[in-house]
Design a protein around this ligand. Structure first.
Ligand code: RIB
Length: 284
């Protein structure tokens, strides 16, 4: 990567959803009904969350997503613009805007079911991905789009969430793969140039060709809601990677940003700024 860039150009390829969130005392087991609080509608989707988080951290961010041509899609677009995300590559589809059904328990743990809707129509045909310093993607998007993005990006970072098989050629093209502990069980990280494994309250580890090169501890915070914390981590890591930071700097920054994201309800409810992250890092 060329010299340091304070405000890199980041392209995020991913989903945008309306998150319908219900808080309940504990999560339901299979076949069980539990009662919850009033439902709230929040902006979400792994792509939109990562785009919003990267913009809040000071990057120039373009989201490549597909929204329904409906009121929910219009609302998500307004929220994204409010976060400072460029919408030049957000397309509209005849299918309904994606929706995630989320329950969050008293400990901040969650269960999520996503109805992809318009996200399934995502298409990058007219986007020049070479414009971006880094392209960041997740696994909620169509496989063909994912593989195309990996092929045409200068530096491609893949968040393997939710876990699903990845074509070997796409893995080979990743500058960095980011996964949580469970997702990381689905592939051999020793075959990857750079792989970051997140462990929730346990922090994160960076492996280069299977060898640990950096480790960072999470902040000790009582979680309100952990939905989207992984997205903030990925965005922060991508921003630092694009800025030319070392593995340790990027990891510590991303873990801190992810920790700060769990202090309010909603995936985009507590997105930290660059100043907030660096202030917490200086205290640690
Ligand atoms: O990572 C959290 C996100 O996953 C939620 O915002 C939900 O929309 C799903 O995409």
């Amino acid at each position: 990567m060329a010299g340091p860039i304070a405000s890199p150009r980041i392209g995020v390829v991913g989903t945008a959803n309306v998150d319908l969130v219900v808080r309940c005392r504990r999560l339901a087991r299979p076949g069980e009904t539990v009662l919850g609080d009033d439902v709230v509608s929040l902006s979400g989707g792994k792509g939109a969350n990562q785009a919003a988080a990267a913009a809040r951290l000071g990057a120039h961010v373009w989201l490549m997503a597909s929204l329904g041509d409906d009121a929910r899609g219009e609302w998500l677009l307004e929220v994204l613009r409010g976060h400072g995300v460029h919408d030049d590559y957000v397309r509209r589809s005849a299918r309904p805007t994606g929706t995630a059904f989320i329950t969050v328990d008293d400990r901040g743990e969650n269960q999520i079911v996503v109805s992809s809707g318009a996200n399934a129509d995502l298409d990058l045909a007219d986007v020049d991905l070479g414009l971006f310093d880094v392209v960041l993607a997740q696994m909620e998007i169509p496989t063909l789009v994912l593989n195309d993005a990996a092929r045409r990006s200068r530096h491609f970072i893949l968040n393997v969430a939710p876990a699903a098989p990845v074509e070997p050629d796409t893995f080979t093209r990743c500058a960095v793969v980011i996964a949580n502990e469970v997702e990381a069980e689905s592939f051999d990280l020793s075959t990857l140039k750079h792989c970051v494994v997140t462990m929730g309250a346990g922090g994160a580890v960076h492996y280069a060709n299977g060898r640990e090169v950096a480790r960072a501890a999470a902040l000790k915070i009582d979680p309100v809601d952990t939905v989207g914390a992984g997205d903030v981590f990925c965005a922060a890591y991508a921003v630092m990677w694009a800025r030319g930071s070392s593995a340790q700097e990027a990891l510590s920054y991303a873990v801190t940003a992810g920790s700060l994201a769990i202090m309010a309800l909603g995936a985009q409810g507590a997105l930290p700024t660059d100043e907030e992250v660096t202030t917490w890092l200086a205290r640690a």
